[in-house]
Design a protein around this ligand. Structure first.
Ligand SMILES: *Cc1c(COP(=O)(O)O)cnc(C)c1O
Length: 381
């Protein structure tokens, strides 16, 4: 085991089985778990509002660390309850025309938030993997510029990384703001790419608590947004970012998230990303073709997500249940609703964090073969 893998593993509880599900929810460290519990204790000892005020320096450090990883300043960052909430806050305050362009593989719940906020959505040109074709996108955006471009840095239904640097650069040249969904990208690939707004979740690759996330907005864009609550014509001195603050927040979760980001930074973003990419490659090589399952991503895609298309007559939902129930292996099934314009059937996803071992992958491969056989024989009964 590498030093990074060893220290990451030693910092958290033993997994009950094999955890290959960090794209859904990573394993928190002892320090994060303790900080969250400790804050609940402080609330009982000091009072909830006094405890929140006392926690402010740690929360500020969390915002600063998030800012560093997204290329912003601490003041540009607000905590949210997660990624979906962040996008809803941003789009709900969007000024002027409500049109956007995004990849056809856009995350389904994001499409719902876009629609609920009255956005007309146009598809960017992509290749067969769903990766935006930069030159064609530039032509399309030049001919008919939308009010914003929304990029999901790494997909949830497939571990493909978008060419963020090139796309942001191109949009900047055209004066089109870019909003980056970094729910999967944050921690896996570089997110300090100059996007005008970036948002993500705590529980995925940052390994923080559930129910918390962030939204970072560049001051130029923040200055154009229109406060929704309280209504903009109310004469109160509340800035837009301030209006995004959810006052009845789970401060303990924000504290845990702040600590988790600190741990990530201490582990070394470049080292973590390199290890995740290496694991992605190892997993794809180990798993492709096993019992007829087919890997979607190119072998060397720089992410730790491996998505598997099932063989004929095998239901990934049944296999996932078998893996959890019989072998204690945690994975995810992505149904078409997750990317309704790209995903045509359910797929099985594995997403190891840096502490996964070769033995974990070998056990997964054996279990996948057994689980597939079990699903096929159930079907014949
Ligand atoms: C998980 C995910 C989201 C939603 O995040 P929440 O914190 O659950 O709201 C958005 N986009 C992508 C790509 C995701 O993977």
């Amino acid at each position: 085991m590498t030093e990074l893998a060893g220290s990451w593993r030693a910092a958290r509880p033993q997994p009950a089985g094999i955890h290959l599900d960090s794209a859904a929810c990573s394993r928190q460290s002892f320090a994060v778990i303790d900080a969250v519990a400790q804050h609940a204790r402080h609330e009982a000892e000091l009072g909830g509002y006094v405890a929140a005020a006392a926690a402010e320096p740690v929360l500020a450090a969390g915002r600063t660390a998030i800012a560093a990883l997204t290329g912003r300043a601490g003041e540009d960052v607000v905590f949210t309850t997660g990624s979906t909430h962040a996008l809803d806050l941003l789009l709900g305050s969007w000024p002027g025309r409500r049109t956007l362009a995004c990849a056809p593989g856009e995350y389904g719940p994001n499409l719902a938030v876009m629609a609920a906020n009255g956005f007309e959505v146009h598809a960017l040109p992509v290749d067969t993997l769903g990766r935006v074709i930069v030159e064609q996108a530039r032509e399309m955006l030049t001919a008919d510029p939308p009010a914003l471009v929304h990029l999901t840095g790494v997909g949830s239904h497939r571990g493909v990384a978008q060419p963020l640097h090139e796309l942001v650069h191109g949009c900047r040249g055209l004066g089109i703001p870019v909003v980056l969904d970094a729910a999967q990208a944050f921690g896996q690939i570089d997110c300090a790419v100059g996007a005008d707004a970036v948002y993500s979740s705590s529980r995925k690759w940052m390994a923080g608590p559930r129910g918390v996330g962030f939204l970072a907005v560049a001051p130029e864009l923040a200055g154009r947004l229109i406060r929704r609550l309280p209504p903009p014509d109310w004469d109160v001195a509340v800035g837009v970012l301030e209006s995004f603050e959810h006052h009845e927040a789970n401060v303990a979760a924000r504290l845990g998230f702040s600590l988790a980001v600190g741990e990530y930074v201490a582990a070394g973003p470049a080292a973590v990303r390199a290890r995740l990419a290496e694991l992605g490659t190892a997993a794809r090589i180990a798993v492709d073709g096993v019992a007829g399952w087919r890997v979607v991503e190119p072998v060397d895609e720089p992410t730790a997500i491996t998505t598997l298309v099932p063989p004929d007559h095998v239901d990934p939902v049944a296999v996932r249940e078998w893996l959890t129930g019989e072998r204690g292996i945690v994975t995810t099934v992505a149904l078409p609703a997750r990317a309704p314009f790209e995903l045509s059937g359910p797929v099985l996803r594995i997403s190891p964090h840096v502490d996964a071992t070769e033995a974990d992958l070998e056990m997964f491969v054996a279990a996948l073969a057994d689980g597939t056989a079990a699903a096929l024989s159930d079907r014949q009964v």
